[in-house]
Ligand binder design. Structure first.
Ligand code: ATP
Length: 381
């Protein structure tokens, strides 16, 4: 059973800089776990500590029930796939994949058999005599996977393995890696800064910020029940809109508009009622905002909004708006937030919407989809 257990792991660089703080995480046997977070949050450092490439400052780490803090990387029974693939340019695909078996003193017969098995799984069998320079990005990626697989490790560790590929190939390789991982059933820890990659690939996703684990959950739960405003803003694209408002008599009141809440909202957000008469942060995802002219009846409350720009994506429109509100910074250092003046809001409209830049519109809001956060702690209510 290749369960990987991190228990109160810390990493300090120099005397003061805490890159990882008290990270406790159990990755189950056969699980595909994604470590995600903005640049500099410590995800590569965490992976490198699991690999043994970086010393652990404090805490314990076990792989398959064995404490490995004092083991060299080669003795940890893990295989790592890096961003740059680290293939040997002078060796053929066959030799690259077989290299670690050769080092381990396996016979030529054994090597040939195993490499052919793997090449078949990865659809590399026609390329075994090629050198890396003659391969496409996706093929090189598969060779790097092959090199990791040949060792039959207890766990795969992958650090942004798709970041050198173009957008189309990335999407294709995501699916390939997921299906390969399912097929092999090997515990996998995968680092990315791309939340779409995280949501589409992981059984569970661990979100890091500033070296601190924020939430570890299934993609669905992260999306529907983020534990704080940071996770709410980081997960989902475009990001959740976060604003300030005052809770008053079952409504969120702002100077220019108010949004009525239903009793189910208070059931879903049990901490909300305690904020009666006070300011809260409320969040709404772009897909829960609508062009009211396309809505029949008065299903939703509406907010006056000015259309700034529109991105046409074919199947939908990403509409950038201004509303009279105070926008809240989710704390994601990678997000470009304009917090000045009237607040920016982003909505996803159906492609049939006829909104035009410069127009004032009534923006419909599905209040049952609102998320609420404590304005001081940013924790979900
Ligand atoms: P990215 O997505 O940009 O690769 P990351 O989340 O993987 O970022 P890490 O590379 O783990 O981040 O780095 C975490 C923090 O630790 C950063 O602030 C980085 O500058 C710092 N750091 C990493 N390695 C060292 C080192 N050897 N010495 C000092 N500081 C380091």
């Amino acid at each position: 059973m290749a369960v990987v257990v991190l228990d109160k792991i810390c990493k300090t660089f120099g005397t003061k800089f805490h890159a990882i703080k008290d990270l406790s995480l159990t990755i189950n046997d056969g699980e595909f776990l994604i470590l995600v977070g903005p640049s500099g949050c410590g995800k590569s450092t965490a992976l490198r500590m699991i690999a043994g490439l970086e010393e652990i400052s404090s805490g314990t780490l076990s792989i398959g029930g064995e404490n490995v803090e004092d083991l060299a990387p080669k003795d940890r029974d893990i295989a790592m796939v890096f961003q740059n693939y680290a293939l040997y340019p002078h060796m053929t695909v066959f030799e690259n994949i077989a290299f670690s078996m050769k080092l381990a003193g396996k016979s030529k017969e054994e090597r040939t058999k195993r490499v052919h098995e793997i090449a078949k799984t990865l659809q590399l069998h026609t390329l075994l005599d090629s050198k890396p320079a003659a391969l496409s990005g996706g093929q090189r990626q598969r060779v790097a996977m092959g090199r990791a697989m040949v060792r039959e490790p207890a766990a795969f560790l992958m650090d942004e393995p798709l970041s050198n590929l173009d957008a189309k190939l990335r999407v294709q390789m995501r699916a390939e890696i997921v299906s390969l991982q399912r097929q092999l059933g090997v515990t996998t820890i995968y680092v990315t800064h791309d939340q779409t990659e995280a949501l589409t690939m992981g059984d569970r996703v661990a979100v890091l910020k500033g070296g601190v684990l924020q939430q570890v959950d299934t993609p669905k739960t992260l999306y529907s029940r983020p534990v704080n405003a940071f996770v709410a803003g980081f997960i989902g694209s475009p990001s959740m809109n976060l604003f300030e408002g005052r809770l008053q008599n079952g409504r969120i009141e702002l100077p220019a508009f108010s949004i009525p809440l239903s009793t189910t909202t208070f059931e879903h957000s049990p901490g909300l009622a305690a904020f009666e008469g006070k300011t809260v942060i409320f969040g709404i995802r772009p897909e829960d905002l609508y062009d009211s002219s396309l809505e029949s009846g008065s299903r939703y409350a509406t907010i006056p909004a000015l259309v700034k720009t529109i991105e046409e994506l074919g199947s939908e429109l990403i509409v950038h708006l201004k509303i009279e509100a105070v926008r809240i910074d989710s704390g994601d250092p990678d997000a470009v937030e304009d917090l000045s003046g009237a607040a920016n809001a982003v909505a996803k409209f159906e492609a049939v919407s006829a909104v035009q830049p410069g127009a004032m519109i009534h923006l419909a809001i599905d209040a049952s989809k609102l998320h609420f956060f404590d304005p001081q702690t940013h924790l979900a209510l």
